[in-house]
Structures are given as C-alpha cells and as structure tokens.
Design a protein around this ligand. Sequence first.
Ligand code: G2H
Length: 268
Amino acid sequence: GDRRTLIAGNWKMHMTHLDAIGLVQKLAFTVPGPVLDTAEVVVLPPFTALRSVQTLVTGDKLSVGFGAQDLSAHDSGAYTGEVSGAMLAALACQYVTVGHSERRALHAEDDAVVAAKAQAALRHGVVPIVCVGEGLDVRKAEAHVAFCTDQLDASLEGLTAEQVGGVGHGGGAGFGGGIVIAYEPVWAIGTGEVATPEDAQEVCGALRSRLAERFGPETAASVRILYGGSVKAASTAGILAGPDIDGALVGGASLDADEFAQICRIAA
Ligand code: G2H
C-alpha cells in the first residue's frame, strides 16, 4: 500500500527539556535527510519538553515531527494536572499516544477512557496513536488475537470511518487526520524480549482485518499499524517485513540518538 512508514520514539518519563534539546539536535544530524523522504520520524517527549522541542523543530525547520504521550479526555476545566488536546494542538503536536499499556496498568485507563481520549485528540486535529496489546497470561493461553481485536474495538468505540481513516490516507505529516494503531504486547515492553516477526504480523494482520470489518477495506488499508516492544536496530528489519506493519513505536532505544537513527535508516 502507500502507507508511509512511521518511526515514533516514545521517551516515556525520560529527558528534561534541556536533555530533549540535545537529543533532538543530535537526531537532526544523525538521521540522514533522505531517510525522512521515505519514513516519517517523530519523537514523543514528556509534556515539560514539548515547548522546547517545538521551538527547536520549527525554528530550525527540522524534518523530525513530535507529539505527546497522553492527553485528557476533556477539553478544559477543573482537571488539575491534566493536559488537553487543545493545548497539544496549540504546540503543533502532530501525534499523541493513548492507551499505552503503562497508562492502562498504572493509571487504570480502561477502553472507554482510551476511546474518549482518542476522540479528544481527533477533535483538536492531533492524530491519536491508539495502543493495544496482550499480557503474558493471555499470550500463554493463546487468546492474544481475540484479546487484541476486542481491545481495539472497544478502544475505538464511537469513532467513524472518516475519523479512523482521515483525509489523504496513509499519513503525510500527520495533519491529514486519521488514527495510528500500535500493537505492543505487554510481555515485550522494556523486557528486551521482542516479538518474533511472525507473532507481530499475526496480530497486526488481525487488527487490520477487524478495521476492515468495522470501517471498510479502504479505511483499513489507509491506517498505519505500528509494532512496539523492545524494538532495537537489530530487530527492525524483521519486524517491518510484516505486510501489515507500517512502523515502530520505540521506547528505550529511542533515547540513544545513534541507535534510533539506525532504526530510522533501516525503516526507510
Ligand atoms: C513499548 C515501547 C515503546 P520499549 O512501550 O512504547 O518501549 O521499546 O522500551 O519496550
């Protein structure tokens, strides 16, 4: 298809705003220009670093995109400590992850909350990267495909085909709208245990089939599906070989400019 490869670096709770400036500057030098013609590269810093990254990226006209790791389901109001989609949009964030397994597990976010957050992002023109993935118990019980497709269904509750597919399909700079999906098996996150290419493709293929059933084949064909979970440069080519895998959500390895640049090079 014509889905543009997306490599997103999820920095999690790492990097002060000063560290962030250093890392993005280093990335601008280590990710070769031609890579960015083929693959889209974005970083997802903590909230406190977003303004610095925005200033750097827009000021120096860097081809690296950026987004946030979470947002509130509400647009404004008495929600102490929360950050709204409007605030992210004002900072020109293109993307925001919703439903990362760490937020599902540590902040009790259920599928309804994830769906509300995805809708909040879409209301403000920010592309949600909707994360799904099974735990080790589900995988051992060989119930992972049904678990993930059900989780996807519930996490996209209330979304229309137009919202899911966006305009201009396949994601240019992200502003064409639509959503991105990330399959992140919980047992592979930060453990060094990357899923095999076959395991990753099995679930990503099933997720696309479910999108086709619900939203139609054209919309399903336009949505980018990423794999996440201990992706390193050494595992990138194998993972991206899956026909339904359009990129990677990279955690630990995105904190090292050389390793992340290598992943981007391989993806391009
Ligand atoms: C999965 C991934 C990034 P890591 O959470 O979202 O992190 O690559 O460290 O497993």
